[in-house]
Design a protein around this ligand. Structure first.
Ligand code: SF4
Length: 151
């Protein structure tokens, strides 16, 4: 009997989708190559909600809580993103690895600028998707593209 393929969730912009806020991609072919033989599940929570291109969003520390807020119009989109990401997790309960795009307010893992309400960076942290994935997939490795690049 054939064994089921392992499954990896990868940020869609790393896979070559033109889903970044500026309409561009961040394709890194080394990531897809590293998972040859795996089932690859593209993930991008922002594009389906806000379209592409779209206004940039930021992680902002507000009263001790991290919120996701649009850069110019100052709209809090935290709950919309949270619902989108939680819904993705429910549809993909059974995965084996996650590779996220660094520095993104959604996907960044330990690399995302966390801003104060004056938009000054106060530290690096996680995007909202990385936080939700850590909670929902506590035993699954979470990496970013740097793991696959010779730097
Ligand atoms: S970093 Fe994440 S949210 Fe941003 S474009 Fe890539 S997949 Fe989409």
């Amino acid at each position: 009997m054939l064994s089921a393929k392992k499954k990896v969730v990868i940020s869609a912009c790393i896979l070559g989708e033109y889903c970044r806020y500026d309409g561009k991609t961040k394709e890194i072919s080394a990531v897809e190559k590293a998972f040859k033989g795996w089932e690859i599940i593209p993930f991008c929570p922002e594009a389906p909600l806000f379209g592409t291109p779209r206004e940039r969003i930021n992680v902002v520390a507000v009263d001790g809580e991290y919120r996701i807020i649009t850069d110019e119009t100052n709209i809090d989109v935290t709950e919309k993103l949270r619902d989108e990401i939680e819904s993705f997790c429910k549809q993909h309960a059974d995965i084996d690895a996650i590779v996220l795009k660094s520095k993104s307010p959604s996907c960044g893992y330990k690399t995302t600028p966390i801003l104060d309400t004056s938009k000054h960076e106060i530290k690096k942290g996680n995007g909202i998707a990385a936080d939700i994935f850590l909670k929902n997939y506590p035993n699954i490795p979470i990496l970013d593209e740097h793991h696959f690049l010779n730097e």
